[in-house]
Design a protein around this ligand. Sequence first.
Ligand code: NAD
Ligand code: ZN
Ligand code: ZN
Length: 338
Amino acid sequence: MKAAVVTSLGSPLEIMERDVPEPGPGQVLVHMETSGLCHTDIHAAHGDWPVKPTPPFVPGHEGVGRVAKLGAGVTNRSVGDRVAIAWLGYACGHCDHCIAGWETLCEQQHNSGYSIDGSFAEYAVADATYVVPVPDAVSSFDAAPLTCAGVTTYKAIKVARIKPSERVVVSGIGGLGHLAVQYARLVGAEVIAVDILDEKLQLAQELGADHVVNAATTDPAAAIAELGGADVAIALAADPRSFEQAFASLRRGGRLVCVGLPPESDGPMSLPIFQTVLFGISVIGSIVGTRQDLAEVFRLHELGRTRVVAERRKIDEVNAAIDDVLAGRTSARLVFEY
Ligand code: NAD
Ligand code: ZN
Ligand code: ZN
């Protein structure tokens, strides 16, 4: 099978022929149809974060395909089922986090395309319990971006506990942000989109943003203060300064939801203690979402409540695709079709 492989951190991916993997006990073999390119895959290939993946590995955690083979003991999936392979590739199922509905915090978790091989290949093995069924009405093309960009921003909106009519900043209108704008609208928020590219802001407006701010030309905190300040700011860009700007755009009682994961070399974000305390600000970290969150994301899409904006690419063009994402030359998401 063809696979895009990271052979050393920071080098271009190599397209190579690999043996089709065998599903072990409790696993399924998935014949991939689509896979989205998440900015996380780029961080993985570059070794941007404190915990680094070990080459060689296959990135990809927005994989959608059909079950081609069952490993020993698998009874909850059948050959032919269409499933999604998300970032949460495996969790233990019995620790306090897993039991409490926070499987995304499990200390035993495996992450697709990071600690285990992911979906940038014609086939991937995945844990049968952690793949998520894709409803017939959701195309494999749309299901791919929903599998990470969708579930992650849907969860961020949930943990922000947004009330209808609250003012919500979405900072970074890329793969994640274009869906965040829509989920914020669905819970009744007034939405302010922030990016550094006008084309992204235009897309945000088409998707329902009430206001847009170009952070490359305008101080977003000042512009948002003029609108009355934000109740919630969701930081999605891979730039620590944008987190600080998102924080500074909050009004009293505001919540900063941290989702973007800038490279460690960009340094930490710096938050003022005084304003955090006196203004009663909450700072919330949010990591992807659960299988149940993803099922809800698919259901919303099935109901026609969300629109996925994406472009098709071939896996052979993976390095050019990465360059395009880094340069902002994409509408919102790139999806590889196999
Ligand atoms: P993307 O490249 O598709 O989008 C990033 C957007 O941010 C682009 O539109 C870019 O123009 C914009 N941007 C860049 N600098 C900015 C700034 N200073 N202010 C405002 N906007 C700015 O990336 P993506 O796939 O949407 O991922 C975004 C980040 O989220 C990445 O760091 C990724 O690793 C992370 N991520 C986190 C989770 C999680 O669970 N917490 C899940 C998926 C992705
Ligand atoms: Zn992702
Ligand atoms: Zn667990």
